[in-house]
Design a protein around this ligand. Structure first.
Ligand code: ADP
Length: 553
């Protein structure tokens, strides 16, 4: 499905004529250099994960030309970003900042408003500005990927001392992932909680005709906070960082991140459980172990079918019928794998020297073994290409891409997630699983849940894998997601993050007290971005110029 000519032509943003838009692009080229501004007027090229497009979502849920950029601009400095903001305000052209744009499953690099000019920050602003091996911190620009940060630590000979935390796929940006509140799998897995300090370019022009840039936390000190910016996130006064995550209030040009000391040893472990009905008692066992940090990283409990699909084979290898794959077929194929037939697989990691691990692992074992049929899998029996080893790498801070294999399940495979948050309780897990199964069955889709326990909450992540070229399947995936979001909200569960196409719906579920939260967000948006140029619609926040004019989906 690569290189498809644009059917709808150059995606000129709404509200400006094509000729005025092209004149504005010429002006931007003069300001920044011709080579740093690219029009998107010929074709859609999807590439693959490592050579992903920066103009649209390579895993579209809607028509591919709906969430698409008119042009891409490559700033090389904070001053360039200010120039772009000034230009957009003058011409009333929507901007959409990305760091790398590998936010797959959440919209990739696509803008929410068709024809936005994408600011690809990562292409040229990709320096690691500091790695401090005494404080275990770093300061990075938007283009630094988890791979790049890890490689630099290795290059400096620091890998025995310092770990990073990486999400399932390591090709994304540290800044982009953290701003979208992505997670990883070491004890530093809550990226947002682990960041310290932002530098932000605001989206409008001040009274002095300058575009404001400010630093949060200790970075606001007159000297720029160089010594403590990454050591203490709060500084003095209101803690403003929060409004720049999952929002459209500013463009982040630098971010501080804390790094984990090498714990002096680590050991992955894996348990299987036989029955789907083991879910509730198991979640009850996990909760106290996780909250007391005996289970030290994000606890992952994956459905058996998911462990089959991540092997990277097409679904048709196992089953060619319509509708969800029947349980007996799943069992038959799981029996042929090293882990054997099971309903659930637990992936975990214990950290520290051997004697400390032994203590924690013994506690975990005695608790897990309370579930009849529970089996501990000996890693020594697993071949090198078993998915377990990918989890082992990720939970010890080494970026990986194995998880991508999952999309081979379908031809032209794409994925999108349902990801509600709940307390860590058996009945909540069962209720969420049941509503998801019902909606998947209605739409004839395989249901592949994974419960991820953060600390006091769990995210249920259900990735729907679909054929991005199959319009009917895309529609069914969308229907399934929308129904699950509404069902979950009715029980009091909300999504922690979502795809561009679903942001209005998800934001709409956070509607307590007559939408008081969105009213507050709108006030901030109108104050910071009166012309409404920055990422209109992202996370359901629409600027005044767009609000209630039919943009919501
Ligand atoms: P990834 O790290 O997965 O490649 P992206 O770079 O696509 O992620 O970032 C995810 C989302 O976060 C983007 O779609 C964008 O809305 C927002 N974002 C990313 N980088 C910035 C930034 N530097 N400033 C403001 N928003 C950003």
């Amino acid at each position: 499905q690569d290189d498809i000519p644009l059917e709808r032509g150059l995606p000129v943003p709404q509200g400006i004529s094509k000729s005025a838009f092209l004149a504005a692009i010429d002006e931007l080229r003069t300001l920044l250099g011709k080579e740093h501004v690219q029009l998107n007027d010929t074709q859609i090229s999807n590439g693959w994960y490592m050579e992903h497009p920066n103009t649209h979502d390579m895993m579209p849920l809607l028509d591919s030309e709906e969430f698409i950029a008119s042009a891409v601009v490559y700033p090389g400095s904070v001053d360039d970003v200010k120039i772009i903001v000034k230009w957009a305000n003058k011409n009333l052209i929507p901007l959409f900042p990305i760091s790398i744009g590998r936010n797959l499953g959440y919209g990739g690099s696509a803008p929410r408003v068709r024809g936005s000019v994408t600011i690809d920050l990562g292409r040229r602003m990709n320096r690691i500005l500091n790695i401090n091996a005494d404080d275990f911190t770093c300061l990075v620009e938007p283009g630094v990927t988890f791979y790049a940060l890890h490689e630099e630590i290795v290059r400096r000979g620091l890998e025995d001392k310092i770990w990073i935390d990486t999400p399932d796929l390591g090709g994304g940006s540290v800044v982009g992932n953290t701003l979208d509140r992505g997670v990883g799998y070491t004890p530093y897995g809550d990226h947002w909680a682990c960041h310290s300090g932002l530098e932000v370019v605001l989206p409008s022009v001040g009274d002095d005709n300058e575009v404001p840039v400010f630093r949060t936390g200790m970075g606001a000190l007159g000297v720029g906070g160089e010594n403590t910016w990454q050591c203490f996130p709060y500084g003095f006064g209101p803690f403003s960082d929060g409004i720049f995550s999952q929002s459209n209030f500013g463009i982040v040009t630098k971010m501080g991140m804390t790094l984990m000391p090498n714990p002096g040893g680590h050991e992955s472990f894996m348990y299987t459980f036989q029955n789907e009905s083991d879910l509730a008692p198991l979640i009850e066992i996990i909760r106290p172990l996780r909250i007391s940090n005996i289970l030290e990283n994000v606890a992952q409990l994956r459905h058996g079918l998911q462990t089959l699909s991540v092997k990277g084979q097409p679904r048709t290898k196992y089953y060619s019928g319509k509708g969800p794959m029947p349980p007996d077929i799943v069992s038959k194929h799981l029996r042929e794998t090293k882990t054997g037939d099971c309903a659930w697989v637990y992936y975990g990691m214990s950290y520290g020297p051997q004697h400390i691990r032994a203590h924690k692992l013994a506690l975990i074992d005695s608790e897990f073994q309370k579930i009849p049929g529970c089996k501990k899998i000996d890693p020594a029996t697993l071949p090198a290409d078993e998915y377990f080893w990918s989890r082992d790498k990720i939970a010890s801070g080494t970026p990986d891409m194995e998880e991508l294999k999952w999309v081979n399940w379908m031809p032209n495979g794409a994925h999108i997630a349902f990801s509600p948050v709940s307390p860590i309780r058996g009945p909540d897990a069962e209720r969420l699983f049941a509503l998801a199964r019902k909606r998947h069955e209605e739409q004839g889709l395989d249901v592949m849940p994974a419960f991820c326990v953060g600390l006091r909450e769990m995210h249920l992540i259900i990735e729907i894998v679909y054929d991005a070229t199959d319009a009917d399947m895309r529609k069914r995936a969308e229907r399934c997601l929308r129904d699950m979001i509404d069902d979950a909200a009715a029980f009091g569960y909300g999504e922690y993050r979502t795809h561009l196409a679903l942001m209005d719906q998800v934001a709409g579920t956070y509607n307590w007290n007559d939408n008081a939260l969105m009213k507050f967000n709108n006030k901030i948006k109108d104050a910071l971005d009166p012309n409404g140029i920055l990422a209109p619609g992202r996370c359901g926040i629409w600027p005044k110029r767009y609000r209630n004019r039919g943009w919501e989906l």
